[in-house]
Design a binder for this molecule. Structure first.
Ligand code: PMP
Length: 358
């Protein structure tokens, strides 16, 4: 740390993204990216737009917002596009939370929430998951604080039904409830339409997972138009051109090709059930997942050891060191070929381990 670093941030523990090693070619099942490339139209759109990069992007994201309105069936004043959904989540923390408006979230959830709270000096409370790793929605009913819940949750993959989300939103009318739907397209119920009924609900989403654009950085928030106006005040006070030209063009093409991406989600969901069954046959305990990953543990090999053994063999998965989940690994769902390779490799590792123990 330099002597110039502001004391505001000196104790901040930054978010640690999933590793992106360059030493060899890995099968990457560690950061929940889509295994499918963007559609042809999206690639063409990027190429065309590259020739106009001398010009700033449209800060209102006009063509993209119009398509968002069509695809999500919402008014264009009710959407804000951002540089990944991490940005909209940070904007929401900045806009709606402070010393007297603290926030709550589950103890096991997306690791960025406590970081954004610390960054913005927002008091926060964590609420434990139930023993089965699900969220008890009753814990949030009438809590009287701002709330952020990832639905499906990460890294568990478990989801709350829409009626429970609605109970949480309806019972906290004086607080903002943020539902982070980064993984919603893989089988959970979206709360987007509830934003028409409740002025305290903000739904956030991303093109990083179901729409194959993790590298383009495109996220969004959908909510009542006054919430969106507040978020715009924060955006125009930090980075008005937050969505770059190429990403905007690609985002439009992606929404025009929505069926291609939604079909890819179906394939991922099929591959998820296939992988879950295969892991269970090998003795894993696998949480029910509504996301593009599974969260699994095995009684004969620790989470850390399995992660390291797979890495040695060219497969990356995600291991978290937090005490409550250290026995688990989060495995992104890829193509059927990728999952077969994973299953065969895990089977070899388990056999070697059994032989060692003879
Ligand atoms: N929310 C959750 C629950 C996530 O897992 C992620 C991905 N790391 C994000 C939000 C942010 O994704 P992005 O910034 O790529 O849109």
């Amino acid at each position: 740390m330099s002597k110039f670093f502001s004391s505001k941030y000196s104790t901040l523990e930054a978010y640690v993204p999933g590793e992106q090693p360059k030493d060899m070619k890995y099968i990457k099942l560690n950061t929940n990216e889509s295994p499918f490339p963007p559609s042809e139209n999206a690639l063409l759109a990027a190429k065309e737009e590259a020739g106009k990069l001398q010009l700033y992007s449209d800060p209102e994201c006009t063509p993209l917002v119009k398509r968002m309105g069509d695809v999500f069936k919402i008014d264009k004043e009710c959407v804000l596009m951002t540089n990944g959904s991490d940005e909209i989540i940070n904007f929401a923390f900045m806009a709606f939370c402070d010393e007297s408006h603290p926030i709550v979230f589950p103890d096991i959830t997306y690791g960025f929430y406590p970081v954004f709270a610390e960054l913005n000096h927002i008091p926060y409370t964590v609420i434990p998951l139930k023993d089965d790793f699900s969220i008890d929605y009753n814990d949030y009913v009438g809590i009287g604080k701002n709330i952020i819940i990832a639905n499906p949750n990460a890294p568990t993959g478990m989801a709350l039904p829409l009626w429970q989300i609605e109970k949480i939103v309806a019972s906290n009318p004086d607080n903002v409830v943020i539902i982070d739907e980064a993984y919603v397209d893989f089988g959970a119920e979206s709360a987007v339409q509830l934003t028409k009924k409740y002025d305290n609900l903000l739904v956030t989403g991303t093109f990083s997972k179901s729409r194959s654009l993790a590298g383009a950085r495109l996220g969004f928030g959908i909510g009542n138009k006054e919430l969106i106006a507040d978020l715009n005040t924060v955006k125009y006070s930090t980075n008005p051109y937050n969505v770059n030209r190429m990403t905007m063009a690609v985002g439009c093409a992606v929404l025009d090709d929505n069926d291609y991406y939604m079909n890819n989600c179906k394939t991922v969901m099929e591959n998820r059930e296939y992988t879950k069954n295969a892991l269970e046959k090998m003795g894993f305990f696998v949480l029910p997942s509504f996301a593009n990953f599974v969260f699994a543990r095995h009684s004969e090999i620790s989470g850390a050891e399995l992660y390291l053994e797979l890495k040695k063999r060219g497969i990356l998965i995600r291991h978290f060191t937090k005490e409550k989940i250290k026995d688990f690994n989060r495995i992104t769902i890829g193509t059927k070929d990728m999952m077969d390779k994973l299953i065969d490799t895990i089977s070899d590792i388990l056999k070697e381990k059994q032989n060692e123990n003879l």
